[in-house]
Design a protein around this ligand. Sequence first.
Ligand code: ADP
Ligand code: MG
Length: 507
Amino acid sequence: MYTIKGKTGDWEVVIGLETHIEVLSKSKIFSGASADYNPSVAPNTQVSMVDAAMPGMLPVLNEYCVDQAIKFGLGINAEISRVSRFARKQYFYPDLPQGYQISQPADQPPVVGRGWIEIMGDDGNPKKILIERAHMEQDAAKNKHDMHPSKSFVDLNRSGVMLLEIVTFLDTKNPENNSYITSPDEAEKYLRAIRELARALGVSKANMEEGSMRADVNVSVRRAGSNTFNERCEIKNMVSFKFIKTAIEYEAKRQIEILENGGTIDRCTMRFNQGDGTTTVMRSKEDALDYRYFPDPDLLPLVITDDQIERVRRTMPELPAATRERFMTKLGLSEYDAARLTETTDISKWFDTAVGDKPQRAKAIANWMISELFAHPENFDITNEVRERDADEPRIITPENLAELVDMISANEINGKQAKEIFIKMLDGERGTIHEIADKYGMKQITDTGAIESAVDEVIKNNPAQVEQYKSGKVGLLGFFVGNVMKATKGQANPAVVNEIMKKKLG
Ligand code: ADP
Ligand code: MG
């Protein structure tokens, strides 16, 4: 259990995350304008009348966006609401032309109800993190403050792009149900799991650096061993794993200090200061905004049928958790290997391609990928993009290359040492198939026992003193003899065969 030492004892931390992911779709949630607002797109060029909030314009719900929400909901094992509603969350800000955000407020059923996602808990055991809801809403536009010394500008391209907000659940009625986040590390693991799932499903790029994933972090503290929840503060708009962890630690310590000095925690909204890693109060409970939610009269309730859910379910790929399970049970990988090879869908696809229909390759492929390829990203195009590479570009090692290499070792065509040499040659830019490289450098493995036997005889004949010592009990000299045979055969003999023959001949 993660605890923080205070002056008067140990404290635990309770964390609730509200994660926003920007949903991938061709057009926006309520308009036909393109939802791809990346920085290379000229400002205010992907804006419909709806996104600009022209009077009288009506929103029309994009069905693909609804499918994306359903897909994510199924991915977190959640109930999909058959009826959910949209409401207006009202506030004034220059990046919000409507004067309100269309969202699905907490007092209404959201499109995605109670679900869960599994992470590796701090105690090393899998831990379910309960999710209260995931709901659809509009993203705001973007204010630009860096284009003019005294003026700010607004780019509406992002206005109306769909967000999915995913809220973790705290079971206040059953506090002993420990299915919530209780450390900065678990917060990071949870966010990574959400990101992995969103990417695997194609629901979002979920990229914190690009702003397509952001989180509000709720933090409270309590005495170690306590079973109640205390008042919390919410740190707004966090966009980096590292900062989230720093912010949780700082905020928890701030609250502990207040409580230990006899103070109380007031519900408040905090800002994180990147410069010094501190949190400061942005607004207190008294200043909390009243959003004056009310049902959006322009939108009908969202009704989802069983057929729609089934249609979406059929489009879903194998999820990372299932892939990990398959790598372990069907391909015999260790838990560690399976975890490394499912870090992204591109990696697991690469691995699956290399293994192909030969499960016996799996372990060797996994070893080569984890110990060699991951260390050479420049030679390892994980997306396996097929294109002609210039001569001065690094050579890309493909799944087919690795499969060929592994197969040649198991067929005794080359030995492990030669395979490593071929691998290094590829890192150095050598083109061609593995067979071609092996041929070019005359690498093959001698398994012909006749040839090996005569090399063994030769070594025995040339080292009478060592033979004497071996026979009188210094069996550690076996390595010396084998090494000499390997040298004599220019490293091409099969070391296992040499070993066996050498032992037999030495008696
Ligand atoms: P609000 O509507 O004020 O944002 P919610 O009930 O939606 O509040 O909760 C927001 C997040 O805060 C949820 O993830 C929830 O689990 C979490 N949360 C609620 N109470 C606490 C607490 N005492 N400590 C930490 N997190 C909490
Ligand atoms: Mg909230």
